[in-house]
Write a protein that binds this ligand. Structure first.
Ligand code: MG
Ligand code: MG
Length: 257
C-alpha cells in the first residue's frame, strides 16, 4: 500500500535527509587514496551516534543477505555496485567508490547514495558516474504530480540507453517513510504513461545504478555485496524525493532549493 505523507511528515523526512547529505559530504571529503573502508564505516557510526539517529542497515535481514547486516553504510568498490560490505580495503588511485546509507531520525527515514572516484579517474568511470547522476536528475524531473510512475522509470532507462548501458531490473528505487522500504517499487527502466499516478506527498528513493558491461550481477559469498557479473565497474546515485504540487523536492540535499 502506498502511503502519502503530510507536509509535516515530508518536512521531518527532510531533516533526516539533510543529515544524510552532510554525512555523505563528510565521507566524500575523507575518502581518498590510502584510506581504509573501515575508517569510513567508523566515521559514519560516529556521526550517526552524535546526531542520535538510527541506522536502518544495522541488523537488516532481507531474504538475500547471509545473517543480519552489521554495518551502517554500504561501501561498494569498482565491480561491486550495491550493498558492499565495509571491509579491510585501502582505497587505491582510481578506485570507484559507491556509498549508500539510510538512517532514521525521530522515526522518519531518508536514503541516499553517491559514487565518487578517488585519485585519478579513468575517463570511462567518470562517464559512468555522470550517467547515473544524469539519470537521477532526469528521474527527479519526471516526478511530477499527475505524472505516472512509469515516467520516472522511462526517464532513467532513456539516459542509460543514451550512454549505451544496459539496465539490471533486479534492484531499483522504492517508497520510504517510517521504514526504509515501502511501496511502490520504482524500476530503473519502464514505459512512460504506465503505472500509478504520482500525487503530492508521495516519497520515493530514486536510485539509478549502471555498470560498464553486462547487466547481470553476482553475489559475494557474504550474501550481501553485489558485483557485476563480468567484473566491469558500477556506479550508483540515489536521492530521497517528495512529489509536490510542482517540482519534486530533493529531501537528501543540504543545498537551498
Ligand atoms: Mg540507498
Ligand atoms: Mg534505496
Amino acid at each position: 500500500m502506498v502511503e502519502l505523507k503530510t507536509p509535516d511528515e515530508v518536512a521531518a523526512m527532510g531533516v533526516t535527509g539533510r543529515f544524510i547529505a552532510d554525512l555523505l559530504d563528510d565521507l566524500t571529503d575523507r575518502a581518498d587514496v590510502g584510506v581504509n573502508l573501515l575508517d569510513l564505516e567508523e566515521r559514519a557510526r560516529e556521526l550517526i551516534a552524535a546526531r542520535g539517529a538510527q541506522s536502518c542497515y544495522w541488523d537488516y535481514s532481507p531474504s538475500f543477505g547471509r545473517g543480519p547486516f552489521r554495518n551502517v553504510i554500504c561501501l561498494s568498490v569498482n565491480d561491486a555496485v550495491l550493498h558492499g560490505l565495509p571491509h579491510d580495503h585501502v582505497l587505491a588511485d582510481g578506485d570507484l567508490l559507491s556509498m549508500d546509507i539510510a538512517v532514521s531520525i525521530d522515526g522518519w527515514v531518508a536514503d541516499s547514495a553517491r559514487s565518487i572516484i578517488v585519485g585519478t579517474p579513468r575517463p570511462e568511470d567518470r562517464r559512468l558516474v555522470d550517467a547515473t547522476e544524469e539519470a537521477l536528475a532526469a528521474a527527479i524531473d519526471a516526478a511530477r504530480p499527475e505524472g505516472r510512475l512509469g515516467d520516472i522509470s522511462a526517464a532513467i532507462g532513456a539516459v542509460a540507453k543514451s550512454y549505451g548501458y544496459r539496465v539490471n531490473t533486479e534492484f531499483g528505487g522504492h517508497g520510504l517513510g517510517r521504514t526504509m522500504h515501502e511501496d511502490p517499487h520504482v524500476a530503473n527502466v519502464g514505459r512512460a504513461g504506465r503505472g500509478m499516478t504520482l500525487r503530492p506527498g508521495l516519497t520515493l528513493a530514486l536510485e539509478p545504478w549502471f555498470t560498464l558491461g553486462s547487466d547481470r550481477i553476482k553475489f559475494d559469498a557474504d550474501g550481501w555485496t553485489i558485483r557485476s557479473f563480468d567484473g566491469s565497474r558500477g556506479a550508483h546515485s540515489e536521492h530521497t524525493i517528495a512529489v509536490t504540487d510542482g517540482e519534486a523536492l530533493i529531501l537528501t540535499s543540504n543545498e537551498p532549493q
